[in-house]
Structure formats: C-alpha cells, structure tokens
Design a protein around this ligand. Structure first.
Ligand code: AMP
Length: 361
C-alpha cells in the first residue's frame, strides 16, 4: 500500500513514497530552489507536477498509476490551537491552515500551495495534514501562557506552541520501544538538534513543555537563531542602532546562534573543525550550545520529577557522539545512574506516512 509524503518548505518540496505495510521508503527526492533564478520551476504548483512525473516515470515502476496511491500526507508547520492530531484535508481544514499562516508566514503558505497542487495533480487521492504543533497541544496552560497581559493571548493567540512535534513524538516512541517499556510509564526528555533545535518534556507519552515558543526562535542556541534572550535586548538594539523591527528579527533569526557567536559558521561540522584547530570562538559557541541543553535537561527533569531517558536526535544529535558523552558525564551526578542517554535517529516522514495510513484505515 503506497502513501506519499510531501514536505513543502519556502523554496523546496521534498517527497517520499512509502510502502506502508512494509514500513519501507521506496522512493524519495527533492525539488529545490523553487522560484529562484535558473530553477526548474517557478512555484510549488509546478514542483508538485514535477514530483508526479518523476514518480510515474521512475524506472523501478513502483507507481504505475496515481490511483495506486492510497493517500498523501503533508507536513504542515503550524496548526494553531485547532489541531491536536492529523486530519483529513477538506475546505474547513484548508481555511484553518490559511488562518494559521499569520502565525507562520514563512512556513504555512508553501504547505498550502503544495496541498492545492496535489488536489489537482493527484485528483481524488485522500490528503492528510500532519502538524508540527499538534503533539504540543497537550501542554498545560502554565507551560504555554507567557507572562504578558492575558489580552494578547485572547486577541492574537500569543502563546507557546512548540514545533518539531512529529520528531519529538517519533523518537519518544522509539525510545520506549528500545527501553521495552510503555510510553505511558516513562518520563522522557527529547532533544532535537538540527538546523533548528528544540527540547520537549514527554511525560507519560504527552508533551508537557517544550523549548520553542510562539515561533521557532525561542529556546536552545541554533545554527543561526539566538534562542532565549532577554527581550529588552530587542528594544535596546532598536534604539541604540536605530534598527527596524524587521532588521532585529533578521539578526535574531539569521545572524545569531552558532554563526553569530563563532563568526565562523552555522554548521556544527565547521564548529567542531574550528575547535580542533584551536578557534576560541568556535569553542565558546559549542560550550554555550551544550550549556543551554544542560539547563533545559535540568528544568525538564524538575518539571517531570525525574527522567528515565534523554534522547538525542536530528543532524547534530545523531552525528556528534561527543555531545552525548559530555552531557551524560556532566549530568551524571545531577540525574543519577537511572537516566539513560540515547541517540535515536528521527524519521518524521515515516511518522507522517503512518498517521496518514492510520486515518485512511
Ligand atoms: P538537520 O536539520 O537535522 O538535517 O541537521 C542539519 C545540521 O546537522 C547541519 O547544519 C549540521 O550542523 C549538522 N550535522 C549533519 N551531519 C553532521 C555530522 N556528521 N557531524 C556534525 N554535525 C552534523
């Protein structure tokens, strides 16, 4: 049974075809640089057309006719407060994703474009939306309400939403399987470290707190994002350097984090290479990166009254074993011997395919 997963970013459309009964990826690819100079297509609509043609023309002939597809699962970054699980996409759901675009102006519009294109190019195939925010909808109000006037929550829905939900949910489930215990009996801290970085306290299988907030800017130090800072820095910079709100947002999103501290790169591989060559600012960036993770582990351990496992995942979490060793050594006395440190590869696409199949079934 074939399920197609589509993940539309601002200038790319990734796809992966799953034989879901075998839990196996059978084809995958990406259409990149959408709308850029010299690109193969001008928008996401055309990109989905390219994906359909590629799948039908693949020499392995896995998909001979689009009607062999049983469903299409879309990654959608923001579901606002409305969605706590995957849903079939109908007109009402499309409107809700559209209205959540205000909260994720860079992410939701490409997903919407991808969904609309799939309606045309894969006509009649059921489509499902899987939201990055859905897993975190179990957070209690004391985790998601900010210490600002409550009216801003009521008027503009300013609150913590959290992201990377599919990844946190996937690796928490995998960790439970490895530990041979049901999720409902576990306290797990999941640490997703990729281009974006976030952590979640998963208590009895539910997200009770997470480090990203109203936007994916809050929390840990990331490749180019600042993570937590004193909000007064924003107004100070605006006044001192006569910067616009847009400019400050650009600094915090694109020029901060590992790149901003090291002055070298946003890529952890370059930071590690720089450290090995004795670059002091690369070492400082790495130390701050680790320190922030340690602080959040301590906080989430306190929130859940302990932790059975700390699970590292994402491009950095999966490929930098020294990070796991350092965290487990430095936190051993604080956490005790019971807490396991694990590396678990994430697979958001597989989970999206499973969620899609779960609804269709
Ligand atoms: P992701 O967003 O999960 O694909 O992660 C991307 C990030 O993972 C890159 O920016 C790198 O910093 C990091 N990364 C990927 N491979 C490695 C590696 N072998 N060693 C260290 N960092 C890596």
């Amino acid at each position: 049974m074939l399920i197609l997963v589509i993940n539309c970013g601002s200038s790319s459309a990734k796809y992966q075809l799953f034989d879901i009964k075998k839990n196996k990826s059978v084809a995958k690819g990406i259409v990149e640089k959408i709308g850029e100079k010299g690109a193969v297509c001008k928008d996401h609509y055309q990109a989905i057309g390219i994906i359909r043609d590629r799948l039908l023309r693949d020499r392995k002939k896995i998909l001979k006719d689009i009607n062999e597809l049983k469903g299409i699962g879309h990654r959608v970054v923001h579901g606002g407060e409305e969605f706590n699980k995957a849903v079939f996409i109908d007109k009402k759901v499309l409107r809700s994703i559209e209205s959540a675009s205000e909260l994720a102006p860079l992410h939701n519009p490409p997903s919407l474009a991808g969904i609309k294109a799939c309606k045309r190019y894969f006509s009649g195939i059921p489509q499902v939306a899987v939201f990055d925010t859905a897993f975190h909808q179990t957070m209690p109000a004391h985790s998601y309400i900010y210490g600002i006037p409550f009216d801003f929550y009521k008027k503009y829905k300013i609150r913590r939403y959290g992201f990377h939900g599919t990844s946190h949910w996937f690796v928490a489930g995998e960790a439970a399987r490895i530990l041979k215990k049901p999720l409902r009996k576990l306290k797990i801290i999941t640490v997703h470290l990729g281009n974006g970085c976030s952590m979640t306290a998963v208590l009895k299988g539910k997200s009770v707190d997470t480090s990203m907030g109203f936007t994916p800017l809050e929390g840990l130090i990331m490749g180019t994002r600042s993570g937590d800072i004193d909000p007064a820095i924003v107004t100070f910079l605006m006044e001192k350097n006569k910067l616009s709100a847009e400019k400050v947002a650009e600094i915090l999103n694109k020029k901060s984090g590992l790149l901003g501290i090291s002055g070298l790169s946003n890529d952890m591989r370059d930071i590690i290479c720089g450290m090995k060559k004795g670059n002091k600012r690369a070492k400082l960036a790495f130390d701050i990166f680790v320190y922030k993770i340690k602080k959040y582990i301590g906080a989430y351990q306190a929130v859940m009254g302990g932790a059975d496992a700390v699970v590292l995942t994402g491009g950095i979490g999966e490929n930098v074993p020294v990070l796991k060793n350092r965290l487990s050594n430095e936190l051993r006395s604080a956490l005790g011997a019971k807490t396991k440190f694990m590396i678990v590869p994430t697979n958001e696409e597989l989970l999206i395919a499973r969620d899609t199949y779960g609804l269709i079934k």
